[in-house]
Every structure is written in C-alpha cells, then in structure tokens.
Design a protein around this ligand. Structure first.
Ligand SMILES: *[C@@H]1O[C@H](CO)[C@@H](O)[C@H](O)[C@H]1NC(C)=O
Ligand SMILES: CC(=O)N[C@H]1CO[C@H](CO)[C@@H](O)[C@@H]1O
Length: 488
C-alpha cells in the first residue's frame, strides 16, 4: 500500500483547507501592486548582454575596464532592484575598489593573455551570491528575523574559488526562510518578484539569484539546491541553472547546515544567463567542448519516450529521505528548531495563531512545514525504499554514460505570489533528482504565450555533468536562451 490512511487524511484535510486559506491570503498576504508602469526598463548598456567568459576576455584584452563592467552592473541593479527586491545587501564601493585593482593587474601583466587567463580566468567579472552562503562582511541570516545583524566572518568555499579566479562579488540575494520553500519570501527582507511579471514568483529558494540574473543585474551567480532550489528559480526566470552530481561541489559555508542524510542531497551550483558560463564552478570546460563537437557532428541522436511508474512516488520518496536519519541513527534537526535558531524551538500552532493576527516573524510556508514535519518518520518505509532503489537502477541503466533524459522542471510557468502554498507537491519534478544524486541542468527554451519563461530539465548519469551542460549549450543556440524581460 503506497499511502497510509493518515497520509490520505492529511491530503484530504489540505484540500479542504485550501479554499479557506486562499480567502485568508487575499486579505492578509503582502503583494506588490500590478500595473503597466511596473515593467522592467530595457537594458541599454551592451556590457550587460555578454557572458561572464566574454567579459573576462574583454577585460584581459583591455577592450573594457573591470571598473566599467562593475559600474554597469551596479547601475542596472539600482535601476531594477526597487521593482524586484532581489538583492538584499550590496557591497558596491568595495566591489569598485576591487575592480580598480583588477584593472591594475591587467595593466601590469607582463606575460601573455593566456597566462593571465590560466591564473585568473574571471579577473574583473562581477557575480552575486545567495545570502545563505557565507560572504565576508555580508549578512548570515537566511531570512530569519531573529538573526538580523549576524554577519559572515568568512567565505564559503565556492565563494573563495570564485574570488581566487578573480571574480568580484557585488552583494547577496534573497531566498525563502531557511531555504525551504519555492517562493523567495521572508519577514526580514520581504518578497522577491519575477522580472517578467512582478505579480508572479521568481521561485525559491535561490529566487533572488534567479530574479537578479534574469533582470540583467548579474551575469553569474551561486545557488544551492536540495529539492529544486537552483532549478525552479532558473526555470521561472528563464535562465540556466545546474545541480551537479551529488558530492562534486562543496556545500560548506551555508546556513542552515544540513543534518541527517540531507548532506547527500544538497548541491551547490551555478546559475547564469549564458550556457557557456555554466561550467565555471565545475571546471569541465575541456570536456564540454568535446561533447559539443560530438553532439554537433552526430546530432542524429535517438529520442525515446519513457514511462517510469516509480516517478509517481517522487514526493513520498523525497519527503521520506529528507527526514531519514544518517548512518549513525542521527535524525535531521527539526525544522521548528532551525526556525527558532539554536535551541529556541518554535511552537508551530502558536506561530500559526500569531500569523493569522499578523504578528508572526515567520512566513506561512515555514510555519506549514513545521506543522507537517511531525508526520515524517526517521525510517523510510520498505515500500518507499524499494521504489527509490528501482528508480535509481532503472535510470542509471538507461542513462549509462551517454544518455540525457529530458524532463519538465515544473508543471506550471511561474505562479502568482503565494499560490505554491496550494500546490505544495509540485517541486517533486526537481526533488526526486536530489535523492537520486544525478546531475541536472535546467535549460530555458523561450517565453510562453503569457511572456513567462519556459524550460526543461536535462538529466544525466552520475558524474556525466558534461553531457547536460553540452546539451544546454546546444539548446541555447536552437532556442535563443535567456530573453530580456520587459521586451516580451
Ligand atoms: C554563519 O552563521 C552560522 C550559524 O550561526 C555559523 O555557524 C557560521 O560560522 C557563520 N558563518 C560565518 C562565516 O561567520
Ligand atoms: C520590500 C522589502 O521588504 N525590501 C527590504 C529588503 O531588505 C532590505 C535590507 O534589509 C530592506 O532595506 C528593504 O526594505
């Protein structure tokens, strides 16, 4: 039996609550006002419409200075952020100083352009980071009101790598409260909007990254993904996002830290507007080039339609594994405890009552998660484990070392603000690949009728990240990749 009687009861109760909650939301939830004037202004500076790789090359060749590039991005952020609320803390003056240093390095360089490229492949190129990652001097809160004022005393390893490559951080971007929801909303920084339609969500949890990138306010960004947190915002904002094979990129230096088995499912990865920037965090450039050449040479690839019955249980598998204890029997930290920040566990029913009166410092999504987490056991059922094993074996055999699976990223285009609360299981399309540990690239494929981005997931076998990256590069050429919002 797949569903317990209790789970069926919960599903029924959720449906019954929907209408009521929806009415409450229309009255209580913060929402940006919609209107024709609330469109993003068009991008006028051509520096904002080339890839990070090309910017780096132009800076090395002294065709443009890093100061000019960084200033162009600062101007764009200042222009769009009041509409999208994506960047929550900037470091613009420090970034401009670092850009001037980068320009001096280029001036003083005695060796060839190639040697500079080898040592500092991203010299002078700006980037943005999800606030949940440690970036020296920036807030370390992940949207928890009780952590207001907590500052990072150092950098996450991914940030260190980008800095070492010469890239310059501009600031940090919004996420959902504690990174556990598909809408980037919390009581510390407010709600982030989708640049294609500010009445819609940019997704979560790396939604600030998705929104600032798609707006042309950033060219490369760093996100993290335990159930779709890179791929959903990449999809809703029409950009590229890559969830690497589990374990390939360091997850250190993020708040909240993982516990239980979750470390196996969390992945840090790049988000960007141009497919050629995707491998930056992954150092797979050479492999990618070869695969692109091969793909192009023999593009008579065979596409097969698949029916995989176990995917029906995606949500159950994800939920069970996220709650599972680790090898030593240690359970993951309760979400209610994380919400209370170190020991001060919150009482979700009390928070719900406060929320209805407009007095809670937490979002409805976080309160809801704390309310339902009790229903998960730390020991996944035999049925769920069997479905997961069958799915893993079937997909790995099918994909081998040369297969790419095409799969929807989400059942709908970017929903209106707060609507995901009524369709909480829709992230299963992305979440299942965290549990399976497979690499996935979300690839944009143009805008739909409503002017909102369309996209799909490209999935490959373990450690075959280069295949999905190469396919994304190819699809970018075929479908035009990222489209500027406001122009639709
Ligand atoms: C961010 O906060 C967490 C939790 O309080 C702490 O463990 C971590 O060291 C902080 N990071 C930095 C770089 O200060
Ligand atoms: C809309 C909104 O709440 N924006 C806030 C985002 O975060 C910054 C930094 O804390 C605030 O100054 C803004 O008011």
């Amino acid at each position: 039996m797949a569903l317990t009687r209790f789970e069926r009861l919960v599903a029924w109760a959720l449906r019954a609550c929907r209408v009521f909650l929806f009415a409450v939301f229309q009255l209580l939830a913060p929402r940006p006002s919609d209107g024709p004037s609330r469109r993003l202004p068009p991008i006028t500076n051509p520096l904002l419409t080339v890839s990070g790789m090309q910017l780096a090359q132009k800076i090395r060749r002294k065709e443009v200075t890093s100061v000019e590039v960084v200033q162009a991005y600062i101007d764009r952020i200042q222009e769009v952020n009041p509409l999208i609320n994506a960047m929550v803390k900037d470091r613009f003056s420090a970034a401009l100083q670092e850009a001037a240093q980068a320009d001096r390095l280029v001036e003083e360089e005695k060796g060839s352009e190639e040697s500079l490229e080898d040592r500092l492949p991203l010299l002078g190129v700006p980037f943005t980071v999800k606030e949940a990652f440690n970036l020296q001097g920036m807030p370390n809160t992940t949207g928890l009101v009780s952590r207001r004022g907590v500052i990072s005393g150092g950098d996450a390893p991914t940030v260190t790598l980008l800095k070492r490559a010469g890239a310059i951080p501009l600031g940090v971007t919004n996420s959902s409260e504690l990174c556990m929801w598909m809408e980037s909303h919390n009581r510390l920084y407010g709600i982030t909007n989708n640049p294609y339609n500010i009445g819609r969500i940019p997704g979560g949890s790396s939604g600030g990254e998705g929104s600032i990138l798609a707006s042309g306010g950033s060219v490369i960004g760093v996100g993290s993904d335990i159930g779709g947190s890179i791929r959903l915002p990449a999809f809703f904002n029409g950009i590229f996002g890559h969830k690497p094979t589990s374990g390939v990129v360091s997850n250190e230096g993020q708040f909240p830290p993982c516990s239980g088995l979750q470390q196996d499912f969390l992945c840090t990865g790049p988000m960007c507007r141009y497919a050629e920037d995707l491998p930056l965090l992954l150092r797979l450039r050479q492999a990618q080039r070869q695969v692109v050449q091969r793909l192009e040479a023999d593009l008579g690839v065979k596409v097969e339609e698949l029916h995989i019955p176990q995917l029906r249980y995606s949500f159950h598998i994800w939920g069970a594994m996220m709650a599972a204890a680790d090898k030593d029997g240690k359970r993951p930290m309760a979400f209610a405890e994380l919400m209370g920040d170190h020991g001060k566990r919150v009482w979700p029913v009390w928070e719900l009552a406060k929320w209805i009166l407009g007095q809670s410092s937490h979002t409805m999504a976080a309160i809801g998660l704390a309310l339902v987490e009790k229903t998960q056991s730390s020991q996944p059922s035999a049925f769920i484990l069997q479905q997961k094993e069958e799915l893993q074996t079937q997909l790995e055999e099918l994909l081998g070392t040369d297969g790419v699976l095409l799969c929807p990223t989400h059942p709908h285009i970017a929903p209106k603000h707060h609507h995901p609360l009524f369709t909480p299981f829709d992230f299963s399309y992305t979440g299942i690949f965290n549990i399976l540990g497979l690499p996935v690239t979300q690839c944009p494929v143009g805008l739909g009728r409503e002017g909102l981005p369309l996209g799909l997931q490209l999935v490959a076998g373990k450690l075959q990240d280069h295949l999905t990256l190469a396919t994304a590069h190819h699809l970018e050429k075929a479908f035009g990749g990222w489209r500027e919002p406001g122009m639709a």
